[in-house]
Design a binder for this molecule. Structure first.
Ligand code: GLC
Ligand code: GLC
Length: 816
């Protein structure tokens, strides 16, 4: 069952009924000002940091689930009836409801008894504000008198404080209202130099800034007293819950449409110029007034919206494929790429499942996210790499997380996740392959952000490799530390205390627990290190990394091999994890994927065996589960993994992040049909038909789909902010379609299923443009055997890097 449809031309997902199984959200903003918005206009806004600079309130885990948002009310002033064009919060039985989620904007509207309302929500590029362009139409044969109310509830900036410290918060709220603009200025008189504004283009019949005055005592957002009576009281908030609402009266002739523009924004002032007049306590509005005046003009709004659309057209234009599969095309060309940019912007901070007050930026997460967006924003990827590397510790280890505002490592979480350093090598490798910009290796970068500790970035990579070499266990495999990619495999934490963090408690420190997964990851990273070192003219490092990779490969193939698959780990006692000997958790997906992606077992039959075991033990119609059998009781020695009920999250859930590793492995092992088959099982668009089962948005990946041991098998959770976005993008575009940036050029190495007869792709790469057509007879499953560039045959399947920008090439590739 579906709740809408894709509009591929318009690059939108059109939701046609409001009662989706879960709030289906979208993102506004792409630089500093952000918001999330659901299909019923729920959500919130923030400046840079969803915890520290929250503009508006939102109530997670509420009933209904999604409460607080950018709500608009339209009231028929003759009958007194009112509704919200976004359905929520009034929940009237509206006609022609639709929500069009596009790239960086949403358009939500509906009709009720002949009055139609629609709002376009977006953030103009380069601005710290959001626009609501509201259109109200009278579809009746008679004139209509309509009252429009907009509304937001301000957050007192620090979102966690805002949710906890009520003895203070109920007394601190402050606003100003000037020329109909509502300014939220809580704490501005003291240490803050920023405020929010809420403006409206139409003359006002009234306003509210105190929530209780707008809603009325004991009332909710579904029936505000001001809307019910059609009258705002011009309240000025003192303490309690500051909010903003404008009341606008519209007289509409039959068929007439009126446009009202609403702005919600954020503004900072210099510390010494906060007040106007100086010495007063009144906000200095000199800087913000021109911005407000500008965007209250319809022409400026229209232009900003066109600019936003063009921005996305340009960015997505870097890679466009035409494969004949709508699920592949719309994910690669639109939604998967878009999701990668959202993870770049927001890491794991704000979504329907991430409250904005939780995690900082993950070291491993951010490096992996990079794989999915480096081709779209290489300059920003470069900055991101340098930020991440600056949090690295002198040992080569890493803080597991850092804070986006301060860019400092997070001491509460600390380090010791022994996979973290290797991801930095992979992130940098991806950047070098895309851009060819080796100058990044010479950038001086500090450790732990400490002055005078700078070394070239290149040395950070060397230390990453050394970090693993310095920490190996009895089998020669890397020690796992607090956890590896699987945050919940906590082999050095035996936790019997409720509430204790599995990740940061190391009550069994100094153990010998080893990770086969990190072994595979290390081989991949060491091979990249060797390639980078070769281009850096460092033969000693080439040798070190190559030897290290070779010996780790041997160890993984012996101590890490279980007979039919790769083992997962060795625990604190040196006992094997992820082996046929283990009654629960006998096989795990991660080492099968990562070891083969690193090339281990491709020559000796291990890869094929491991992949057959994956197909047999882990694959389901909804994707590949993380482990099997699921853990049915708490294994003290394994940690958080066995705290989850069977089939959820790390305990045998379909952790979508890991599935593309298997897709890539299948492509590398020469099983293209299998690779695409696994791709389709979790492709959100391909799951659209079962939206009632999947429940999350059909246009983006979710972190997890409940596994076969769960009663809700097939149900997705934690959509949007997940490494799943980047890895699936890599699997489909670089390994299945096989268009892959390498150090020396663009590799054309598709692994296409038998029943495909080729595809075409436009790729911009290092300033040049490639129009590539891949020809393949149906039935064939081989690799590219011939390549022509502008009609001339070239050997191999690598297009050497362009020699000057602006070049354009027509490429034909032939698979036999
Ligand atoms: C979450 C974390 C990621 C981790 C994964 C598996 O997605 O953000 O860092 O690798 O869970 O535990
Ligand atoms: C990751 C995992 C989650 C775990 C968390 C701990 O996000 O997905 O299951 O609880 O890490 O920080």
């Amino acid at each position: 069952m579906r709740y809408g449809h894709f509009d591929d031309e318009g690059r939108e997902y059109v939701i046609t009924r409001p009662d989706t199984p879960l709030p289906w959200i979208n993102y506004l903003g792409s630089e500093a000002y952000f918001g999330i918005i659901s299909n019923t206009a729920g959500g919130y806004s923030f400046y840079r940091d969803a915890r520290l600079r929250r503009l508006t309130r939102y109530r997670y885990n509420n009933a209904p689930l999604d409460l607080g948002g950018r709500y608009v009310y339209l009231r028929d002033d003759e009958s007194g009836e009112y509704f919200s064009p976004s359905w929520q919060p009034t929940q009237r039985e509206v006609d022609d409801y639709s929500c069009r989620h596009g790239l960086g904007y949403s358009i939500i509207g509906s009709s009720y008894k002949g009055i139609r309302g629609e709002a376009l929500y977006f953030v103009p590029l380069g601005e710290n504000l959001e626009i609501w362009r509201i259109r109200v139409t009278n579809d009746r044969r008679t004139p209509a008198k309509v009252s429009l109310f907009d509304s937001v509830e301000f957050c007192l900036w620090e979102a966690l404080e805002d949710n906890t410290n009520f003895q203070r918060n109920y007394s601190t709220g402050q606003v100003e209202v000037e020329d109909g603009v509502i300014y939220h200025k809580t704490e501005y008189r003291e240490r803050r130099d920023h405020f929010a504004f809420f403006a409206c283009s139409a003359p006002l019949a009234g306003f509210e800034t105190q929530r209780d005055a707008f809603l009325g005592a004991y009332r909710g957002w579904d029936r505000p007293i001001a809307v019910e009576t059609g009258k705002a009281s011009d309240s000025i908030a003192h303490g309690w819950q500051p909010m903003g609402a404008h009341h606008v009266k519209l007289d509409l002739a039959p068929g007439e449409t009126r446009e009202v523009i609403v702005l919600l924004g954020y503004q900072e002032n210099p510390r010494d110029d906060k007040f106007d007049p100086a010495g007063s306590q009144t906000i200095n509005k000199k800087r913000v007034k021109p911005v407000i005046a500008r965007y209250l003009q319809p022409a400026a709004v229209e232009k900003a919206f066109t600019d936003l659309r063009d921005h996305w057209t340009n960015m997505l234009g870097i890679l466009q494929v035409r494969t004949g599969s709508e699920h592949v095309d719309r994910m690669v060309n639109i939604w998967n790429a878009y999701q990668c940019m959202v993870t770049f912007n927001l890491s794991r901070s704000a979504s329907g499942f991430e409250s904005g007050i939780g995690r900082g930026m993950g070291f491993r997460d951010s490096n992996q996210d990079l794989l999915g967006f480096v081709h779209m924003v290489p300059t920003r990827a470069r900055e991101r790499i340098l930020d991440i590397a600056a949090t690295q510790l002198p040992t080569g280890g890493a803080y597991h997380q850092y804070q986006p505002l301060t860019k400092r490592g997070n001491n509460d979480v600390g380090g010791g996740f022994n996979d973290d350093p290797a991801w930095l090598v992979l992130g940098v490798a991806a950047y070098l392959k895309e851009t060819g910009d080796t100058s990044i290796l010479d950038e001086p970068v500090p450790y732990d952000n400490k002055p005078d500790t700078e070394t070239p970035l290149y040395e950070h990579l060397q230390r990453s490799i050394q970090y693993t070499l310095d920490r190996v266990g009895p089998h020669g495999l890397p020690l796992i530390g607090r956890a590896d990619w699987n945050d919940c495999l906590n082999l050095n934490c035996f936790s019997e205390t409720p509430g204790e963090s599995f990740q940061t408690t190391e009550n069994k420190g100094g153990g010998v627990a080893e990770s086969v997964f990190v072994g595979g990851l290390f081989v991949l990273a060491a091979d990249e290190m060797a390639a980078i070192a070769r281009r850096h003219g460092d033969e000693a490092e080439v040798k070190l990394a190559t030897d290290a990779s070779a010996s780790m490969t041997k160890i993984v193939e012996t101590a890490g091999w279980d007979g039919s698959w790769f083992r997962r780990a060795y625990d604190y006692f040196g006992r094997v994890v992820g082996s046929d000997e283990c009654p629960e958790g006998s096989i795990f997906i991660e080492p099968q994927g990562m070891c083969i992606v690193a090339g281990i077992g491709l020559q000796n039959g291990m890869a094929d065996k491991a992949l057959a075991s994956v197909a047999e033990r882990l694959a389901t119609p909804h994707g590949i589960v993380l482990n099997n059998p699921a853990f049915t009781y708490y294994h003290l020695e394994l940690g958080e993994i066995s705290t989850y009920p069977e089939g959820y999250k790390e305990n045998a859930g379909i952790f979508c992040h890991t599935n593309p590793w298997i897709m890539i492995a299948e492509a590398m092992a020469g099983h293209p049909d299998k690779a695409l088959d696994y791709y389709m099982r979790i492709n959100p668009s391909a799951r659209e038909e079962i939206s009632d089962v999947h429940r999350c948005e059909p246009y983006v990946y979710a972190q997890m789909i409940a596994g076969k041991d769960a009663p809700t098998h097939g149900e997705a959770k934690n959509s949007w902010l997940s490494g799943t976005a980047a890895w699936n993008f890599v699997a489909i575009s670089q390994w299945i379609l096989g268009i892959r940036a390498e150090y020396d050029g663009l590799r054309i190495d598709p692994a296409l299923p038998a029943d495909w007869d080729g595809f075409s792709v436009t790729r911009r790469f290092r300033g040049a443009r490639y129009e590539i057509t891949v020809h393949k007879p149906k039935g064939a499953v081989g690799r590219v055997t011939r390549l022509t560039v502008d009609g001339r045959a070239v050997p191999g399947n690598l297009l050497t890097a362009p020699t000057r920008p602006g070049q354009s090439f027509v490429v034909e590739a032939f698979v036999e």
